[in-house]
Design a protein around this ligand. Sequence first.
Ligand code: NAG
Ligand code: NAG
Ligand code: NAG
Ligand code: NAG
Ligand code: NAG
Ligand code: NAG
Ligand code: NAG
Ligand code: NAG
Ligand code: NAG
Ligand code: NAG
Ligand code: NAG
Ligand code: NAG
Length: 589
Amino acid sequence: MGSCSFLSVFFIYCFLSISLCLAEDPFVNYDFEVSYITASPLGVPQQVIAINGHFPGPTINSTTNNNVVVNVHNKLDEELLMHWSGIQQRRSSWQDGVLGTNCPIPPKWNWTYQFQVKDQIGSFFYFPSLNFQRASGGYGGFIINNRPIIPIPFDTPYGDITILIGDWYTRNHTALRRALNAGKDLGMPDGVLINGKGPYRYNDTRVPDGIDYATIEVHPGKTYRLRVSNVGISTSLNFRIQNHNLLLAETEGSYTVQQNYTSLDIHVGQTYSFLITMDQNASTDYYIVASPRFVNESLWQRVTGVAILQYSNSKGKASGPLPDPPNDQYDKTFSMNQARSIRWNVSASGARPNPQGSFRYGSINVTEVYVLRNTPPVMINGKRRTALSGISFVNPNTPIRLADQYKLKGVYKLDFPSRPLTGPPRMETSVINGTYRGFMEIILQNNDTKVQTYHLSGYAFFMVGMDFGEWTENSRGTYNKWDGIARSTTQVFPGAWTAILVSLDNVGIWNLRTENLDSWYLGQETYVRVINPEATNKTELSIPDNALFCGALSKLQKPQDISLAAPILGIGSKLFFTVLMVTYTLISL
Ligand SMILES: *[C@@H]1O[C@H](CO)[C@@H](O)[C@H](O)[C@H]1NC(C)=O
Ligand SMILES: *[C@@H]1O[C@H](CO)[C@@H](O)[C@H](O)[C@H]1NC(C)=O
Ligand SMILES: *[C@@H]1O[C@H](CO)[C@@H](O)[C@H](O)[C@H]1NC(C)=O
Ligand SMILES: *[C@@H]1O[C@H](CO)[C@@H](O)[C@H](O)[C@H]1NC(C)=O
Ligand SMILES: *[C@@H]1O[C@H](CO)[C@@H](O)[C@H](O)[C@H]1NC(C)=O
Ligand SMILES: *[C@@H]1O[C@H](CO)[C@@H](O)[C@H](O)[C@H]1NC(C)=O
Ligand SMILES: *[C@@H]1O[C@H](CO)[C@@H](O)[C@H](O)[C@H]1NC(C)=O
Ligand SMILES: *[C@@H]1O[C@H](CO)[C@@H](O)[C@H](O)[C@H]1NC(C)=O
Ligand SMILES: *[C@@H]1O[C@H](CO)[C@@H](O)[C@H](O)[C@H]1NC(C)=O
Ligand SMILES: *[C@@H]1O[C@H](CO)[C@@H](O)[C@H](O)[C@H]1NC(C)=O
Ligand SMILES: *[C@@H]1O[C@H](CO)[C@@H](O)[C@H](O)[C@H]1NC(C)=O
Ligand SMILES: *[C@@H]1O[C@H](CO)[C@@H](O)[C@H](O)[C@H]1NC(C)=O
């Protein structure tokens, strides 16, 4: 009985004893004050986005079916939306924090996200989704633990450590945005950060003095769970720890078949959990490395993240060369084979996001097929843009979900093509017409020269195949129909395709985008609209009471009493909690 809306008898029970019912699905509350700080992760002072004064932000620690409440206070000088990447927002795209579903939070305002991490487990992260802000930080980890009665498929680790890796520029996000708007390429990043810090000085020539680096402290003999996310802009990173095996255990909400890797490629937007046993002799500290993939390493030396793994009985500093990356600078076959080797542990118990599609997805009939193709950036109307299937997405002034709610016409077109358009690309607000309860096959064909990673909000999809060359109908013969991993972010190698299957059981408006921030910013995204034709309140939660209005609906927006926006603890949060309880009961009924 994970939810109040399960049985009508249970409803009444809920109604009579609200607190007992809520005890079934507890709340976790966070207050996020999002502001600029000055930091020098690469030795150069710059503007960084912090949460509650910290960069990276706090890790959200929740458990399956928890109600997560995050009151986000926007102390930036520009609009803000927080996106919870990989959190499925069952029945509530209202909380997804992207422009297709939410109006931005204006500067000085606050807005409270409330969502249930329904039937999910795993490792994710959050980040600010507008205006290239992720390039200045504002991100943090997001954990969903198993409920105590559901065992995890490995011994409880001694520690649980979140590691955020990503490429980084010393230019701030405004400067990067300006470069993109002017049609420029961002060029090589200035470095790779690990947990917001620059590289350990493993080589005096390559790393300047005085850079603060991350140290992970561990005890000998113990096993730790490391949850590693690539929160960067556009660089695929190879992650490895000197002398230690990475036992892969989970990725974006699915337990994997457990396999050892000496290093793993983590593409932008992806998250993996590794189990690492501290089985070395602590003669020295050990390097933790995140280095760029598929680039000329002698030119990209500075773009290497190095942190330190330190045993409590360590006898000295790490020294000598970094552990080697895979020896295949430009050949992506090894990396693709590694990606294919990641399989779902179909016998592991755990919350299943879409149970009807989970166990035998290979025998479900596909109801609709979309082939999406991206090309290198193109000029449209004199502007450098990116496109998907010949359409460069333009965000509407009124979010799509809100336009539907108020039956506004002309905000978007439900005509995203199922096959790439030929002819010159164009700028459109064109959305995929998804069929509720359909089973969609999406083929992502990457015609660019860089790896792209694609993310779909609202769902975990089955990663069933990838290969080089053009996808054809015959490619289906190569699909993994049994234990393809269910996740929300997949890489697509250049000149190659990736096929995913998704059960469209979650009503809402869902963002499908490249995670590469520059390509995304320039238009490489769309939305999948999934509507239940039957008028019912059961398959989607109603519009939240605090919904913001903008665009054609801005007249509906009441001004915010900014004096209330300051984080109030104690009495304020108790009152807020009561309001939430009442809201929750109403939603359930
Ligand atoms: C961001 O970068 C631009 C361009 O370098 C600079 O003019 C601006 O002052 C920076 N903003 C902050 C707050 O550091
Ligand atoms: C803004 O924060 C205050 C408490 O600090 C809270 O009472 C209020 O509900 C929040 N506003 C929104 C729109 O979430
Ligand atoms: C899969 O999960 C089961 C059940 O928890 C576990 O016993 C088994 O070791 C796992 N298998 C692999 C290969 O990871
Ligand atoms: C998350 O919270 C639980 C208790 O609610 C705690 O046992 C666990 O250690 C926390 N995990 C992390 C990574 O902080
Ligand atoms: C440090 O880096 C420089 C420049 O890449 C290289 O020539 C040198 O051999 C490196 N030093 C060590 C000790 O590896
Ligand atoms: C992974 O490597 C560790 C040693 O680091 C070893 O103890 C373990 O048995 C290996 N596990 C698998 C599944 O290969
Ligand atoms: C510790 O391990 C290192 C690297 O494997 C090895 O060179 C060294 O001899 C070992 N030291 C001891 C005391 O076992
Ligand atoms: C990598 O860059 C170096 C320095 O510019 C150049 O000499 C070398 O030929 C390049 N290597 C490859 C494989 O392109
Ligand atoms: C899938 O389609 C085939 C033929 O098109 C049909 O025989 C089969 O019953 C369908 N399977 C399901 C599960 O609907
Ligand atoms: C969208 O798809 C539904 C079937 O799922 C169909 O009834 C409807 O006409 C389609 N809408 C458009 C605009 O194509
Ligand atoms: C892109 O498409 C063109 C035309 O089909 C093809 O010639 C080229 O090889 C493709 N490039 C990549 C990287 O897929
Ligand atoms: C859904 O709920 C709203 C109130 O939140 C109510 O006005 C509406 O009639 C309900 N619709 C249906 C189909 O039950």
